[in-house]
Design a protein around this ligand. Structure first.
Ligand code: B12
Length: 249
Protein backbone atom coordinates (compact mmCIF):
# COMPACT_ATOMS: atom_id res chain seq x y z
CA UNK A 1 0.00 0.00 0.00
CA UNK A 2 1.37 3.43 -0.92
CA UNK A 3 2.17 5.94 1.81
CA UNK A 4 -0.39 8.68 2.02
CA UNK A 5 0.96 12.11 2.84
CA UNK A 6 -1.39 15.09 2.99
CA UNK A 7 -1.14 18.78 3.86
CA UNK A 8 -3.81 21.15 5.20
CA UNK A 9 -5.96 23.01 2.68
CA UNK A 10 -7.09 26.67 2.84
CA UNK A 11 -7.39 28.46 -0.49
CA UNK A 12 -5.68 26.02 -2.87
CA UNK A 13 -5.07 22.27 -2.44
CA UNK A 14 -2.01 21.53 -0.32
CA UNK A 15 -1.28 25.18 0.52
CA UNK A 16 -0.73 24.28 4.20
CA UNK A 17 -3.16 26.91 5.54
CA UNK A 18 -4.64 26.33 9.02
CA UNK A 19 -6.70 28.34 11.49
CA UNK A 20 -6.23 28.23 15.26
CA UNK A 21 -7.93 30.01 18.16
CA UNK A 22 -6.63 30.81 21.62
CA UNK A 23 -6.83 33.36 24.43
CA UNK A 24 -3.94 35.41 25.83
CA UNK A 25 -4.01 37.07 29.25
CA UNK A 26 -3.43 40.58 27.82
CA UNK A 27 -5.85 43.48 27.13
CA UNK A 28 -6.84 43.90 23.48
CA UNK A 29 -4.55 46.35 21.66
CA UNK A 30 -1.95 46.30 18.86
CA UNK A 31 0.66 44.73 21.12
CA UNK A 32 -1.72 41.89 21.98
CA UNK A 33 -2.20 41.15 18.27
CA UNK A 34 1.59 41.15 17.81
CA UNK A 35 1.85 38.73 20.71
CA UNK A 36 -0.68 36.42 19.03
CA UNK A 37 1.37 36.45 15.81
CA UNK A 38 4.54 35.72 17.78
CA UNK A 39 2.88 32.69 19.41
CA UNK A 40 1.58 31.47 16.04
CA UNK A 41 5.07 31.82 14.53
CA UNK A 42 6.50 29.77 17.40
CA UNK A 43 3.84 27.14 16.72
CA UNK A 44 5.21 26.82 13.19
CA UNK A 45 2.73 29.10 11.38
CA UNK A 46 4.56 31.36 8.94
CA UNK A 47 3.18 33.67 7.67
CA UNK A 48 0.49 34.11 10.37
CA UNK A 49 -2.38 36.62 10.27
CA UNK A 50 -4.74 37.67 13.06
CA UNK A 51 -8.19 37.40 11.43
CA UNK A 52 -10.23 37.93 14.61
CA UNK A 53 -9.43 39.48 17.99
CA UNK A 54 -11.93 40.28 20.72
CA UNK A 55 -11.55 41.48 24.32
CA UNK A 56 -12.77 38.79 26.74
CA UNK A 57 -13.42 40.56 30.03
CA UNK A 58 -10.70 42.52 31.82
CA UNK A 59 -7.18 41.80 30.60
CA UNK A 60 -7.90 38.89 28.22
CA UNK A 61 -8.13 38.70 24.41
CA UNK A 62 -9.47 35.90 22.23
CA UNK A 63 -7.79 35.40 18.83
CA UNK A 64 -8.31 33.52 15.61
CA UNK A 65 -5.10 33.28 13.60
CA UNK A 66 -4.84 32.03 10.01
CA UNK A 67 -1.51 30.97 8.55
CA UNK A 68 0.68 28.45 6.77
CA UNK A 69 2.36 25.40 8.28
CA UNK A 70 4.90 23.19 6.57
CA UNK A 71 4.04 20.01 8.46
CA UNK A 72 2.94 16.93 6.58
CA UNK A 73 0.38 14.40 7.79
CA UNK A 74 1.22 10.72 7.31
CA UNK A 75 -2.13 8.93 7.10
CA UNK A 76 -0.43 5.55 7.55
CA UNK A 77 0.81 6.64 10.98
CA UNK A 78 -2.65 7.61 12.26
CA UNK A 79 -3.76 5.51 15.25
CA UNK A 80 -7.41 5.66 16.34
CA UNK A 81 -9.89 3.43 18.15
CA UNK A 82 -12.08 1.98 15.39
CA UNK A 83 -15.54 0.62 16.10
CA UNK A 84 -14.98 -3.15 16.44
CA UNK A 85 -18.61 -4.20 16.82
CA UNK A 86 -21.62 -4.32 14.51
CA UNK A 87 -24.14 -1.48 14.59
CA UNK A 88 -27.54 -2.95 15.45
CA UNK A 89 -31.02 -1.45 15.17
CA UNK A 90 -33.12 -1.05 18.34
CA UNK A 91 -35.16 -4.05 17.24
CA UNK A 92 -32.04 -6.21 16.83
CA UNK A 93 -30.72 -5.12 20.24
CA UNK A 94 -34.03 -6.05 21.90
CA UNK A 95 -34.11 -9.41 20.15
CA UNK A 96 -30.56 -10.40 21.17
CA UNK A 97 -31.09 -9.32 24.79
CA UNK A 98 -34.40 -11.16 25.03
CA UNK A 99 -33.21 -14.37 23.38
CA UNK A 100 -29.73 -14.62 24.89
CA UNK A 101 -29.90 -12.82 28.23
CA UNK A 102 -33.53 -13.77 28.93
CA UNK A 103 -33.99 -10.79 31.23
CA UNK A 104 -33.75 -7.05 30.90
CA UNK A 105 -30.25 -5.62 30.65
CA UNK A 106 -29.76 -3.13 33.50
CA UNK A 107 -27.97 0.14 32.81
CA UNK A 108 -27.13 2.79 35.43
CA UNK A 109 -25.97 6.23 34.25
CA UNK A 110 -24.72 9.39 35.97
CA UNK A 111 -22.60 12.51 35.82
CA UNK A 112 -20.12 12.08 38.66
CA UNK A 113 -18.09 14.45 40.83
CA UNK A 114 -19.09 18.11 40.65
CA UNK A 115 -19.99 17.81 36.96
CA UNK A 116 -23.51 19.06 36.25
CA UNK A 117 -23.42 18.72 32.44
CA UNK A 118 -26.23 16.22 31.99
CA UNK A 119 -27.10 16.97 28.36
CA UNK A 120 -24.63 14.35 27.05
CA UNK A 121 -25.70 11.43 29.26
CA UNK A 122 -29.36 12.40 28.79
CA UNK A 123 -28.84 12.30 25.02
CA UNK A 124 -27.69 8.69 25.38
CA UNK A 125 -30.24 7.57 27.98
CA UNK A 126 -33.44 9.61 27.65
CA UNK A 127 -36.14 8.55 25.20
CA UNK A 128 -35.70 11.76 23.22
CA UNK A 129 -32.12 10.73 22.34
CA UNK A 130 -30.00 12.69 19.85
CA UNK A 131 -29.30 12.98 16.12
CA UNK A 132 -32.60 11.35 15.19
CA UNK A 133 -31.95 8.29 17.39
CA UNK A 134 -33.97 7.44 20.47
CA UNK A 135 -32.09 6.95 23.76
CA UNK A 136 -31.64 3.70 25.66
CA UNK A 137 -34.89 4.19 27.65
CA UNK A 138 -36.68 3.53 24.36
CA UNK A 139 -35.23 0.00 24.14
CA UNK A 140 -37.84 -2.40 25.52
CA UNK A 141 -35.27 -4.88 26.83
CA UNK A 142 -33.07 -2.31 28.60
CA UNK A 143 -33.82 -1.09 32.12
CA UNK A 144 -32.34 2.38 32.54
CA UNK A 145 -31.64 4.19 35.82
CA UNK A 146 -30.48 7.75 35.18
CA UNK A 147 -29.08 9.25 38.39
CA UNK A 148 -28.52 12.72 36.91
CA UNK A 149 -25.91 15.28 37.95
CA UNK A 150 -23.20 15.51 40.62
CA UNK A 151 -23.47 11.91 41.78
CA UNK A 152 -20.81 10.75 44.24
CA UNK A 153 -18.87 7.56 43.49
CA UNK A 154 -20.17 5.73 46.62
CA UNK A 155 -23.77 6.61 45.61
CA UNK A 156 -23.10 5.29 42.11
CA UNK A 157 -21.63 2.01 43.38
CA UNK A 158 -24.57 1.60 45.76
CA UNK A 159 -27.15 2.16 43.01
CA UNK A 160 -25.30 -0.11 40.59
CA UNK A 161 -25.43 -2.84 43.22
CA UNK A 162 -29.12 -2.26 44.01
CA UNK A 163 -30.06 -2.25 40.32
CA UNK A 164 -27.83 -5.27 39.56
CA UNK A 165 -26.29 -3.14 36.83
CA UNK A 166 -24.86 -4.94 33.82
CA UNK A 167 -23.30 -1.65 32.74
CA UNK A 168 -22.49 1.68 34.37
CA UNK A 169 -22.41 4.70 32.08
CA UNK A 170 -20.60 7.76 33.40
CA UNK A 171 -20.42 11.18 31.78
CA UNK A 172 -17.62 13.67 32.33
CA UNK A 173 -17.68 16.97 30.47
CA UNK A 174 -15.65 19.32 32.67
CA UNK A 175 -11.93 18.74 32.12
CA UNK A 176 -10.47 21.55 34.23
CA UNK A 177 -7.39 20.26 36.09
CA UNK A 178 -8.06 16.87 34.47
CA UNK A 179 -11.14 16.39 36.67
CA UNK A 180 -12.58 13.93 34.13
CA UNK A 181 -9.52 11.69 34.41
CA UNK A 182 -9.31 11.82 38.23
CA UNK A 183 -13.04 11.16 38.63
CA UNK A 184 -12.98 8.25 36.19
CA UNK A 185 -10.00 6.62 37.93
CA UNK A 186 -11.72 7.06 41.31
CA UNK A 187 -14.89 5.47 39.91
CA UNK A 188 -13.19 2.46 38.33
CA UNK A 189 -11.08 1.85 41.44
CA UNK A 190 -14.20 1.98 43.63
CA UNK A 191 -15.97 -0.65 41.50
CA UNK A 192 -12.91 -2.91 41.56
CA UNK A 193 -12.75 -2.63 45.32
CA UNK A 194 -16.48 -3.10 45.89
CA UNK A 195 -17.10 -5.99 43.52
CA UNK A 196 -15.14 -9.12 42.65
CA UNK A 197 -13.79 -9.51 39.10
CA UNK A 198 -16.44 -11.13 36.94
CA UNK A 199 -19.26 -9.61 39.03
CA UNK A 200 -18.42 -6.00 38.28
CA UNK A 201 -20.56 -4.18 35.71
CA UNK A 202 -19.14 -3.06 32.40
CA UNK A 203 -17.66 0.41 33.00
CA UNK A 204 -18.21 2.96 30.25
CA UNK A 205 -17.31 6.66 30.29
CA UNK A 206 -18.13 9.33 27.77
CA UNK A 207 -17.59 13.01 27.13
CA UNK A 208 -16.32 15.36 24.44
CA UNK A 209 -12.72 15.58 25.60
CA UNK A 210 -11.77 12.00 26.37
CA UNK A 211 -9.00 10.22 24.49
CA UNK A 212 -10.73 7.00 23.43
CA UNK A 213 -7.46 5.05 23.63
CA UNK A 214 -7.09 5.56 27.41
CA UNK A 215 -9.29 2.66 28.58
CA UNK A 216 -6.49 0.71 30.32
CA UNK A 217 -5.07 3.82 31.97
CA UNK A 218 -8.50 4.78 33.33
CA UNK A 219 -9.57 1.25 34.26
CA UNK A 220 -12.71 1.27 32.12
CA UNK A 221 -13.99 -1.04 29.40
CA UNK A 222 -14.83 1.59 26.79
CA UNK A 223 -14.63 5.32 26.20
CA UNK A 224 -17.06 7.18 23.93
CA UNK A 225 -16.26 10.65 22.61
CA UNK A 226 -18.12 13.56 21.05
CA UNK A 227 -20.90 12.78 18.61
CA UNK A 228 -21.71 9.39 20.16
CA UNK A 229 -25.22 8.14 19.41
CA UNK A 230 -27.42 5.88 21.60
CA UNK A 231 -27.42 3.20 18.90
CA UNK A 232 -23.63 2.88 19.10
CA UNK A 233 -23.80 2.48 22.88
CA UNK A 234 -26.65 -0.08 22.74
CA UNK A 235 -24.77 -2.05 20.07
CA UNK A 236 -21.61 -2.00 22.17
CA UNK A 237 -23.54 -3.25 25.24
CA UNK A 238 -24.84 -6.22 23.26
CA UNK A 239 -21.38 -6.90 21.84
CA UNK A 240 -19.51 -6.69 25.14
CA UNK A 241 -22.09 -8.27 27.45
CA UNK A 242 -23.66 -10.90 25.23
CA UNK A 243 -22.07 -11.65 21.87
CA UNK A 244 -18.40 -11.38 22.85
CA UNK A 245 -18.93 -12.91 26.32
CA UNK A 246 -20.67 -15.95 24.82
CA UNK A 247 -17.90 -16.34 22.25
CA UNK A 248 -15.28 -16.30 25.00
CA UNK A 249 -17.16 -18.71 27.28
C1 B12 B 1 -24.83 23.46 28.35
C2 B12 B 1 -23.55 23.82 29.09
C3 B12 B 1 -23.64 24.10 30.47
C4 B12 B 1 -24.95 23.97 31.24
C5 B12 B 1 -25.18 22.48 31.55
C6 B12 B 1 -26.66 22.15 31.62
C7 B12 B 1 -26.86 20.68 31.72
N1 B12 B 1 -27.91 20.31 32.41
O1 B12 B 1 -26.11 19.88 31.17
C8 B12 B 1 -24.65 24.84 32.50
C9 B12 B 1 -25.07 26.27 32.23
C10 B12 B 1 -25.26 24.37 33.81
C11 B12 B 1 -23.10 24.80 32.52
C12 B12 B 1 -22.36 25.07 33.64
C13 B12 B 1 -20.96 25.11 33.66
N2 B12 B 1 -20.16 24.96 32.59
CO1 B12 B 1 -20.76 24.42 30.82
N3 B12 B 1 -21.17 24.14 29.02
C14 B12 B 1 -22.28 23.88 28.40
C15 B12 B 1 -22.03 23.80 26.88
C16 B12 B 1 -22.46 25.15 26.28
C17 B12 B 1 -22.72 22.69 26.11
C18 B12 B 1 -22.51 21.27 26.66
C19 B12 B 1 -23.54 20.37 26.02
O2 B12 B 1 -24.66 20.29 26.48
N4 B12 B 1 -23.19 19.75 24.87
C20 B12 B 1 -24.13 18.90 24.10
C21 B12 B 1 -23.97 17.40 24.46
C22 B12 B 1 -25.00 16.58 23.70
O3 B12 B 1 -22.69 17.03 24.05
P1 B12 B 1 -21.67 16.20 24.97
O4 B12 B 1 -21.78 16.59 26.40
O5 B12 B 1 -20.35 16.27 24.32
O6 B12 B 1 -22.22 14.69 24.87
C23 B12 B 1 -22.04 13.87 23.74
C24 B12 B 1 -20.71 13.08 23.76
O7 B12 B 1 -19.65 13.72 24.41
C25 B12 B 1 -21.09 11.77 24.37
N5 B12 B 1 -21.18 11.61 25.81
C26 B12 B 1 -21.19 12.52 26.81
N6 B12 B 1 -21.29 11.90 27.99
C27 B12 B 1 -21.38 10.58 27.76
C28 B12 B 1 -21.47 9.51 28.63
C29 B12 B 1 -21.53 8.20 28.09
C30 B12 B 1 -21.65 7.05 29.02
C31 B12 B 1 -21.47 8.01 26.69
C32 B12 B 1 -21.52 6.66 26.14
C33 B12 B 1 -21.36 9.10 25.81
C34 B12 B 1 -21.31 10.37 26.36
O8 B12 B 1 -22.38 11.55 23.83
C35 B12 B 1 -23.10 12.79 23.83
C36 B12 B 1 -24.03 12.78 22.66
O9 B12 B 1 -23.32 12.73 21.44
C37 B12 B 1 -20.46 23.61 26.84
C38 B12 B 1 -19.75 24.23 25.64
C39 B12 B 1 -19.95 23.44 24.39
N7 B12 B 1 -20.37 24.13 23.36
O10 B12 B 1 -19.74 22.22 24.38
C40 B12 B 1 -20.03 24.29 28.15
C41 B12 B 1 -18.78 23.79 28.86
C42 B12 B 1 -18.78 22.28 28.87
N8 B12 B 1 -18.97 24.30 30.22
C43 B12 B 1 -17.88 24.70 30.78
C44 B12 B 1 -17.77 25.25 32.08
C45 B12 B 1 -16.42 25.77 32.48
C46 B12 B 1 -18.87 25.33 32.92
C47 B12 B 1 -18.88 25.91 34.34
C48 B12 B 1 -17.69 25.54 35.21
C49 B12 B 1 -19.04 27.44 34.20
C50 B12 B 1 -18.97 28.20 35.51
N9 B12 B 1 -17.86 28.90 35.69
O11 B12 B 1 -19.88 28.12 36.29
C51 B12 B 1 -20.20 25.35 34.91
C52 B12 B 1 -19.94 24.02 35.63
C53 B12 B 1 -21.17 23.47 36.25
C54 B12 B 1 -20.87 22.12 36.83
N10 B12 B 1 -20.88 22.03 38.15
O12 B12 B 1 -20.59 21.19 36.10
C55 B12 B 1 -16.68 24.49 29.87
C56 B12 B 1 -15.82 23.31 30.28
C57 B12 B 1 -14.35 23.64 30.08
C58 B12 B 1 -13.46 22.52 30.54
N11 B12 B 1 -12.28 22.49 29.97
O13 B12 B 1 -13.75 21.73 31.35
C59 B12 B 1 -17.37 24.39 28.46
C60 B12 B 1 -16.59 23.54 27.43
C61 B12 B 1 -17.54 25.83 27.95
C62 B12 B 1 -16.21 26.51 27.68
N12 B12 B 1 -15.71 26.51 26.47
O14 B12 B 1 -15.60 27.05 28.55
N13 B12 B 1 -22.62 24.47 31.29
Amino acid sequence: MSKQIVRPYGDTTGDGMVQVSFTLPVPHDKRAEGAAVQLANKMGMDPAMVVHAKAMGDGFTFFVVYGRVNHLVDLDAVRVVERDFALLSAKEVNTVVKQRLRRKLSVVGACIGTDAHTVGIDAILNVKGIAGEKGLEYYRELKVTNMGAQVSVPELVETARAEKADAVLVSQVVTQRDAHLHNTREMSAAFREAMPAGRRPLLIVGGPRFDESMTDELGVDRIFGRGTTPGEVASYLVHALITQRKAMA
